[in-house]
Design a binder for this molecule. Structure first.
Ligand code: FAD
Length: 307
């Protein structure tokens, strides 16, 4: 079976047998301050030459970043040839409001939406807006009725906390794809076997759309723990142990972080994965290093070629 094969292949030296054909995408969050904005564009320009299949920009809880997400995506769409995707959630907005945001994206030339339910700010149980989309599957159908968007949706190798069980969660993923989404991007995870098992279970359930693993290069365990608690991702004890004693050693922490993310990517690669989505947290170095290990090299931009 594929997990046993993955284990065997994982015994080979670091990224020894790369066969090319890697596709990557990068996720950013919309900046709040001028300084953060400068950091985002530095990051974008550092990663852009790796020719990502797309980059995406998140949408803050409850639509709190509506304008900033739009401005960031619209600037990428205007200034770069990299396709830009906008995240959009159903939280605290009516269908009309969400549809208006989607139409604005279409009019700005944005063709790819990452369609999500979202979470209620403050961690309360999810309640749909009375005139809103109840969940991501409804949002996908609503978006498709507006324009022929390319739509990505979320998937959960370790099961979403609101799902009754893993089968119900897979049924939900299938509903989102049947409603018109073309790919799923997963929540971050640290167990390659969890992802490979999930991919195989999805295939057995008749899902043939690509399921792209979301890679979070971790360099701050306590920040990651907060994010993981919200989304049901397990933080393995080995990872906590590897970061122990490094609080005052930022450079060593970065090296450990790179090693962990590289090992995860290597084992996914060995399991047949060729597409990777990086949660960059608006920093380039770790994602760039892992892409390099995966064999990606900068492509000269049209501007450089013309010079
Ligand atoms: P859904 O697919 O609607 O499902 C959520 C849960 O409810 C699932 O467990 C599902 O099984 C269950 N469910 C749904 N419909 C039904 C039904 N009819 N009956 C029974 N159960 C049902 N959040 C943001 O706020 N902004 C972002 O930009 C953002 N980007 C993300 C990007 C990725 C790649 C991922 C993986 C997550 C992202 N999130 C973001 C987080 C996401 O909004 C949360 O995980 C949220 O709790 C669930 O969203 P969803 O789209 O997966 O919801």
């Amino acid at each position: 079976n594929s997990i046993a094969e993955a284990r065997r292949a994982a015994a080979s030296p670091l990224f020894a047998d790369l066969d090319g054909d890697i596709g990557v995408s990068f996720e950013f969050f919309p900046p709040k301050t001028e300084k953060m904005e400068a950091q985002l564009w530095d990051t974008f320009h550092a990663l852009e030459p790796l020719a990502p299949r797309f980059v995406s920009v998140t949408y803050g809880a409850g639509g709190s970043t509506r304008e900033r997400t739009h401005a960031t995506v619209a600037r990428i769409a205007k200034e770069s040839r990299v396709p830009a995707a906008a995240h959009l959630t159903c939280v605290e907005a009516s269908r009309d409001e969400i549809d208006a945001v989607a139409r604005d994206y279409w009019d700005a030339g944005v063709r790819h939406i990452v369609a999500l339910r979202g979470d209620v700010p403050g961690g309360a149980p999810y309640r749909a807006h009375p005139d809103g989309y109840a969940n991501a599957a409804e949002l996908v159908a609503g978006l498709k009725a507006i324009a022929p968007f390319d739509i990505s949706v979320a998937a959960y190798p370790e099961v979403h906390p609101d799902a009754a069980n893993a089968t119900a969660d897979l049924d939900n993923l299938k509903r989102k794809l049947d409603a018109g989404a073309t790919r799923a991007i997963t929540q971050f995870f640290f167990s390659p076997d969890a992802f490979l098992r999930f991919r195989d279970a999805a295939a057995a359930a008749g899902i043939d759309a690509p399921i792209i693993p979301g890679i979070l290069p971790v360099s701050n365990v306590s920040q990651t723990r907060r994010m993981a608690d919200m989304c049901g991702t397990a933080i393995p004890a080995w990872m906590v142990a590897l970061f122990e004693g490094l609080d005052d050693h930022p450079a060593a922490r970065q090296l450990v972080a790179a090693t962990i993310a590289a090992e995860l990517s290597r084992r996914l690669y060995a399991g047949g994965v060729r597409d990777f989505h990086f949660y960059t947290l608006n920093r380039a170095e770790l994602s760039y290093a892992i892409c390099h290990l995966l064999g990606l090299r900068p492509v000269a931009s049209a501007k450089d070629q013309a010079a």
